[in-house]
Design a protein around this ligand. Structure first.
Ligand code: NDP
Length: 394
């Protein structure tokens, strides 16, 4: 029996609130807090159970600390934006509260994805006897757990890892992103880094393309190699890993729009003077693009996200693929959201459940693959993200 505060009432925050409310035996009390309280209230009104709401600016550490000291939650689930990670971690430390998020910290002025800032909190969380769980979404999150599960049950050593993320769904809009447009475009336009024979290799964004035949009737789609944050922690924590890559599908239509937006400067994140005001083109673009939360009723089709591990067992080479397929329309029926927010929000709830029930515990800052994957994998099957394991002939 525990109390959680969910910070952020966007696409993901809505799913986390719905899913926590479905597990009252663990999440006894739920408070949904965000910068715009009306969004929290709209989500709370969809949920049958009592979910309290609050207005909070998570960039304001003293105000957030006072709020946490008053509410005394057992855990903060941070599903605001990556920019708020450090201020929320600071407030959690000051108020003595455990912490969970789904995306690593990014400084607003540079699109730089790395765990160093959050790993630097290790000693402070340890000293306070608190736990911070980083990246409990799908990717990062479930992809880390899939890898840890294969390392535990299928391999003595994994040597190569490919994480492959397909959105085979369609929202029918000319151009829209599936989660926060600013965060999505910063990620997609960043240079690609992958791990090859123990070294990081950098290539231009989206410059390496392949085709992958997705299972269960989804079929072949173009996939593009890109940097994704779980590569950093997995290459550190999975012993023996020599090469690791992340791939994502993009439609030709998405790439065409993105190229034009980049060419005309609309994806810039440095301030531009406009009519006596400083504006950041990407933030303005976000304001005119569809809100990802509005795509829920429009999106049809499926997502397929999984990991292919190649390694050794009993001296023999072996290749295993573990994946989840999620249907956009089924997600909308259940929690009024498309599958991208759903596949992020469900693992955030499960990660929180792992911490609150003591199945996952520790003092300090942890990535998902450092925990026992088994209870999390069981819960994925139970709470809406069933997975499949297939062995691929080598
Ligand atoms: P949205 O933009 O839809 O929602 C973000 C929410 O955070 C909004 O309610 C926003 O409030 C709130 N917020 C922003 N700044 C503050 C602040 N200073 N104080 C309080 N609240 C604030 O984003 P998503 O729901 O799509 O994404 C949420 C998180 O999930 C992001 O960090 C994203 O990177 C991550 N994510 C992780 C994935 C994974 O698989 N690991 C996949 C997809 C997303 P307001 O309404 O006022 O703007």
């Amino acid at each position: 029996m525990a109390k959680v505060i969910i910070i952020g009432a966007g696409g993901v925050g809505g799913v986390v609130a719905h899913k926590c409310a479905q597990v009252p035996e663990v999440f006894e009390e739920i408070v949904l807090a965000s910068r715009t309280e009306s969004k929290c209230k709209a989500i709370a009104a969809e949920i049958g159970r009592d979910v309290r709401t609050a207005q909070i600016d998570a960039d304001d550490v003293p105000a957030l600390t006072a709020f946490l000291e008053k509410e005394k939650p057992d855990l903060v689930i941070n599903v605001a934006l990556p920019y708020q990670d450090l201020s929320i971690m600071d407030a959690c430390l000051a108020a003595g509260v455990n912490y969970l998020d789904t995306a690593n910290y990014e400084p607003p002025e540079t699109a730089k994805f790395e765990y160093s800032w959050q790993w630097a909190y290790q000693e402070r969380f340890k000293e306070k006897g608190l736990m911070a769980l980083l990246g409990s979404g799908f990717d990062p999150g479930v992809t880390n757990v899939f890898t840890a599960w294969m390392a535990k049950h299928d391999f003595e050593e994994i040597h190569e890892l490919d994480i492959i993320d397909a959105n085979a769904g369609n929202h029918g809009m000319p151009f829209a992103t599936n989660f926060n447009p600013e965060i999505n475009i910063r990620e997609v336009t960043a240079p690609c880094r992958h791990f090859e024979n123990g070294e990081w290799v950098e290539t231009p964004a989206l410059s390496t393309k392949n085709s992958f035949d997705f299972p269960e009737g989804i079929g072949p789609m173009n996939i593009y190699r890109m940097y994704h944050e779980e590569l950093e922690s997995l290459t550190k924590n999975i012993q023996g890993l020599k090469s690791a890559r992340f791939w994502m599908t993009f439609s030709d239509n998405y790439l065409k729009h993105l190229e034009v937006l980049q060419n005309v400067g609309m994806t810039r994140i440095d301030p531009v003077e406009y009519q006596g005001q400083q504006i950041i083109p990407l933030q303005f673009l976000k304001a005119v693009l569809p809100d990802p939360a509005s795509l829920g009723p429009l999106t049809k089709g499926r997502t397929c996200i999984g990991c292919i591990a190649d390694g050794v067992r009993d001296g023999e080479r072996k290749k295993v693929y573990v994946y989840n397929i999620c249907n956009h329309e089924d997600c909308y029926k259940e929690v009024k959201s498309q599958a991208i927010s759903y596949t992020t929000g469900v693992p955030a709830m499960i990660g929180a459940k792992m911490m609150l029930t003591g199945k996952w515990s520790g003092e300090g800052v942890f990535n998902m693959e450092q925990m026992d994957p088994d209870p999390f994998m069981e819960d994925l099957n139970q709470y809406g993200l069933p997975w499949t394991r297939v062995e691929i002939p080598v």
